[in-house]
Design a protein around this ligand. Structure first.
Ligand SMILES: Nc1ncnc2c1ncn2[C@@H]1O[C@H](COP(=O)(O)OP(=O)(O)OP(=O)(O)O)[C@@H](O)[C@H]1O
Ligand SMILES: [Mg+2]
Length: 270
């Protein structure tokens, strides 16, 4: 898009290593979805994962989130080797995500959907709520306040009471981002956040992704097919093809990599 953004990103300093994937291999029966891939994610960066359909991108995001445990290789997070994690532990580790196919509760309001992003922070359990309302009430107020901040940030005040099922697609995607942000993640994983959007919706979402990264300092790993978006947003790009890593570097390095051009950039896709 504009060169000013490019320069700002080019000038940015990358932080220390937040996550390191070492020699990851993931199989589904006979299918090798990820073949011996290594790369890292640095603190504060926007790291894109690109590649043709079926390349293994979503599988890789699922390994990063801890949803899939690879048969081979090691996942290092914040300087420690991470073992298997239970789904409810992922949010506590500081990782939140959105899905390639939107996963929201259609019958619930925007506000309530976003609140579900804070479930893991609700320490005051059922008993304290029933017997001693003090801490539970304070917690509720804090949770509400944080959710309201996110609603303001993503400019969705006017739909906060609307059931999610009634929203157009682009806004659903934004609500899903809001729910992920409600968890106050250190690492945010976005699986095709702009898929199916029109140009205007894509521009809005791009701006929000940049703002989240900028204002909250959130590290972001994102899968995206729109190369304009990828080149504009990301600090570094991993390119996958048939489960292998065929490129890794700055947007410019990747754009000029012949293997990447042959496998992905040179062909039409959406
Ligand atoms: N749960 C699963 N069980 C069996 N095979 C799977 C599973 N998930 C993914 N695969 C296979 O692994 C390979 C990689 O799939 P993946 O969804 O990771 O690709 P992708 O790069 O995200 O593709 P797309 O761009 O279409 O979303 C594909 O061959 C897919 O069929
Ligand atoms: Mg996918």
């Amino acid at each position: 898009m504009n060169t000013q953004t490019d320069i700002a990103i080019a000038d940015r300093q990358l932080g220390g290593t937040l996550m390191e994937l070492r020699n990851i291999t993931l199989r589904f029966g006979g299918v090798e979805a990820i073949k011996n891939i290594s790369f890292d994610i640095r603190e504060g960066e926007i790291r894109a994962i690109i590649g043709p359909n079926g390349a293994g991108k979503s599988s890789m995001l699922n390994v990063i989130s801890g949803f899939y445990v690879p048969q081979e290789g090691e996942v290092w997070f914040r300087g420690e080797r991470r073992g298997p994690v239970k789904p409810y532990e992922v949010a506590r580790l500081g990782i939140a995500r959105t899905f390639q196919n939107i996963a929201l509760f259609d019958g619930m309001s925007v506000l309530d959907n976003i609140m579900t992003g804070r479930l893991h922070r609700m320490k005051a359990g059922f008993l304290s709520q029933a017997l001693w309302w003090g801490p539970a009430e304070r917690e509720e107020i804090e949770n509400r306040a944080q959710v309201e901040r996110i609603i303001d940030f993503l400019e969705i005040q006017n739909i906060r009471k609307t059931p999610v099922g009634r929203l157009p697609y682009g806004l659903k995607k934004r609500v899903e981002l809001a729910r992920a942000l409600a968890a106050e993640p250190q690492l945010l994983l976005l699986d095709e956040p702009m898929a199916g959007m029109n140009v205007e919706e894509k521009e809005d979402m791009s701006r929000f992704v940049l703002d989240v990264n900028d204002e909250f300092g959130t590290t972001i790993a994102l899968i995206e097919h729109d190369m304009g978006v990828v080149m504009d947003l990301s600090d570094r790009v991993v390119v996958m093809d048939y489960g292998r890593k065929i490129g890794d570097g700055s947007p410019d390095e990747v754009r000029n990599n012949q293997e990447v051009i042959d496998a992905y950039l040179g062909v039409a896709h959406d």
